[in-house]
Design a protein around this ligand. Structure first.
Ligand SMILES: Nc1nc2c(ncn2[C@@H]2O[C@H](COP(=O)(O)OP(=O)(O)OP(=O)(O)O)[C@@H](O)[C@H]2O)c(=O)[nH]1
Ligand SMILES: [Mg+2]
Length: 368
């Protein structure tokens, strides 16, 4: 009996051991599963946080894109408005062009006839001062500097005919003293209607006559040089020799003229040798005081412009110029220097007052 009990006891103990073991195994399995589930939960929480972040970034991107779309839409509207404005502006321009073209067609045709006058001489003889004096009396001579080549235009007359208007224009080429050789070339290549040779009685700031300078200029225009100016190829038909800076001489105008002409007697006689092919005129004067400068315009008109080119204004002006002058006041003595900016003496005309001067500036066409 006790053996049976012992066996039963052992069996019970074994069964209890088996149950305990199976419970232990089961609990280990549950613990493992719990751990696995926890780590999965952590992983999903992490993924959820990541997704949240990504959603925020995407939302920001969407907002930015939306803004950009708005901006583009606004720009498109502005550019469409600008296109419209530009179109209106172009249409207006086109209308203006049509209007101006039709006005132009209604206007009489203007053709220009150019008469070229070439001014030359050695440096600082007063070519520019002189050119501007008879071409533009309003110029400030204090501004003048050494010249290379400067061109001035002066409208002399406008002749209206059935077929249109012809504007007669003097084009004055002022060649700097260093460019005499080029000027000689121009005489041959171009058609030159008149020539103004400027010599002087003294240098840039001279207060008295400078015989050495006069000799230099006589050499510059010695017969060998003159033949280039008046050779068979040259077209010029009217030459003026202007002896400038007469204010450096003293005496009555007649005495001054005689002295200056005698100092340049050799050149005057050499030029005289071409008298059969070219008209030669000698003036003694001063660009700064205005003595004799007013003769230049009427002289060139008379010698260069055909009579058919005179208009009424020019005819009247020439009539006034032809009126004999009153005796002019004596020139200042050589020791009394004439101020540079002193205005020219009052006109010596009798009869009606002179017509207003034609205005002009370098390189621009003028109307009278
Ligand atoms: N005393 C005096 N000086 C004059 C007269 N005319 C011009 N001058 C002076 O001479 C200098 C030269 O004058 P410009 O007119 O520049 O001479 P230019 O011949 O054109 O000189 P370049 O262009 O260098 O060849 C200036 O200082 C003038 O003030 C004049 O009638 N009398
Ligand atoms: Mg000059």
């Amino acid at each position: 009996m006790s053996t049976i009990l012992d066996v039963l006891g052992v069996l019970l103990m074994v069964s209890l051991g088996v149950v305990a073991l199976s419970l232990l195994l089961r609990s280990t399995e549950v613990t493992r599963r719990l751990q696995h589930a926890k780590s999965e939960l952590d992983a999903s929480e992490h993924r959820a946080a990541m997704l949240q972040q990504e959603t925020a970034v995407l939302q920001q991107d969407t907002a930015t894109l939306r803004q950009e779309v708005e901006l583009l839409r606004a720009e498109k509207i502005v550019s469409a408005q600008q296109d419209e404005q530009q179109k209106i502006w172009l249409d207006n321009q086109h209308a203006d062009i049509i209007c101006l073209r039709s006005e132009l067609e209604k206007r009489p045709r203007i053709t220009r006839k150019i008469y070229k006058i070439l001014t030359l001489g050695v440096s600082s003889t007063g070519k520019t001062s002189l050119t501007l004096k008879w071409a533009n009396p309003l110029v400030d001579l204090g501004m003048i500097q050494g010249t290379k080549v400067e061109r001035y235009e002066r409208t002399v007359s406008q002749v209206v005919q059935k077929e249109g208007t012809t504007e007669h224009v003097f084009e004055i080429g002022d060649w700097g003293g260093e460019r005499i050789v080029d000027a000689q070339q121009a005489l041959i290549v171009d058609e030159i209607h008149g020539m103004l040779i400027v010599v002087d009685l003294g240098g840039k700031d001279a207060k008295v006559v400078d015989p050495a300078r006069i000799q230099d200029q006589l050499l510059e225009f010695q017969p060998q040089a003159l033949q280039y100016f008046f050779g068979p190829a040259a077209s010029c038909k009217s030459v003026v020799l202007f002896i400038n800076k007469s204010d450096l001489l003293s005496g009555t105008p007649l005495e001054v003229e005689a002295q200056a002409k005698s100092l340049y007697g050799k050149l005057i006689s050499d030029l005289g040798k071409y008298a059969s092919q070219v008209h030669v005129q000698v003036f003694v004067g001063s660009a700064t005081s205005g003595h004799s400068t007013h003769h230049l315009f009427s002289h060139f008109v008379e010698k260069i412009l055909p009579k058919s080119a005179y208009d009424n204004q020019l005819l009247q002006r020439m009539k006034v110029e032809a009126t004999p002058p009153r005796a002019p006041p004596p020139l200042p003595m050589a020791s009394q220097t004439v101020p540079l900016q002193q205005p020219p003496p009052p006109p010596l005309h009798r009869g009606p007052p002179p017509l207003p001067q034609h205005t002009l500036a370098p390189g621009k066409a003028r109307t009278s």
